[in-house]
Ligand binder design. Structure first.
Ligand code: NAG
Length: 280
């Protein structure tokens, strides 16, 4: 009896080790560490159809994504910056099997091979597929950028749950430059940098395929960072927003200003994006 009770108490713990979609990021220690001081923001928490993805690739976690399965784009991805160690660009695009069926593999997979293993099963009910982006006129714009990681985390950013339909001009110019400015800042000043990158969905702008609204085209992209020293004490924070249009303009903001910006899209308080607003 005692053994049974112990086993029952342990079971959720044992299962959680291999569950990639978690109820709360806090339930997975290896996943919540992508948030500064393990504080998960309130922002987006009540999004209908939200799935919490601990992004797994080659048997370990690399970052976390709050994924909106109705709009089929992320609310945000959360990660810790890593200097790149070179290496090529991943050529595959991954999908999340566990968003097709909860009993399926909890690790991102090359979509072509998954399709071959399950012929006739439609993979795109709860996530965007590579085919949605083909000839859409939009880039597969990384939220968590591949340039902020070393391999294999770099490869893991190529999951379609981490990209949004992004205006090509914005993706290839000012947003790319902003990401590279952040790389320089993080390398120069921070012992660690925690980053959130999100998208604000549009009301009625979609990539439509065969008369089906497949992938929401977000109105805005935003990001926020908390740069800390080797004692995890904040050194600097900042944020940015960009309209997802040919304007090709990134607006740099403070965390407080980003909070005000995001507030216009929600009835609930935005709350802290980082523990103690990344204040020293
Ligand atoms: C990551 O991507 C690089 C560049 O395409 C590739 O050479 C490498 O094999 C990939 N790593 C894994 C584990 O798939």
């Amino acid at each position: 009896m005692q053994t049974l009770v112990t086993l029952c108490a342990l079971l959720p713990l044992l299962l959680s080790v291999h569950a990639d979609v978690v109820e709360r990021f806090e339930d997975e220690p290896e996943c919540v560490k992508y948030f500064y001081k393990e504080k998960v923001p309130e922002w987006g928490a009540s999004t209908p159809g939200a799935a919490r993805l601990c992004q797994r690739f080659v048997n370990r976690y690399h970052f976390a994504t709050l994924y909106d399965t109705n709009h089929r784009i992320a609310v945000y991805s959360a990660y810790q910056f890593q200097p790149s160690n070179g290496g090529g660009r991943e050529s595959r695009w991954f999908v999340e099997p566990q968003l097709v069926s909860k009993s399926w593999q909890a690790e991102m997979t090359y979509s072509d091979s998954l399709g071959k293993n399950y012929p006739g099963v439609y993979l795109g009910e709860k996530q965007a597929l590579n085919e949605d982006f083909i000839r859409s006129g939009f880039d597969r714009g990384h939220l968590n950028p591949n340039g902020h990681h070393a391999v294999p985390s770099r490869n893991a950013t190529f999951t379609l749950t981490n990209v949004v339909p992004q205006n090509p001009k914005l993706n290839q110019n000012s947003w790319r430059i902003h990401e590279s400015d952040l790389t320089n800042l993080f390398k120069a000043k921070c012992s660690k940098a925690f980053v959130l990158v999100g998208a604000v969905p549009s009301a009625e702008n979609w990539i439509v395929k065969n008369n089906v609204k497949r992938v929401n085209i977000p109105d805005y992209l935003w990001n926020a960072y908390c740069c800390v020293d080797n004692n995890d004490k904040p050194i600097q924070s900042g944020a940015a927003t960009a309209r997802n249009t040919d304007d090709d303009k990134v607006e740099k903001l403070s965390l407080v200003e980003l909070g005000e910006f995001l507030q216009q899209f929600s009835d609930e308080p935005v709350g802290e994006l980082f523990y103690n607003d990344c204040r020293a």
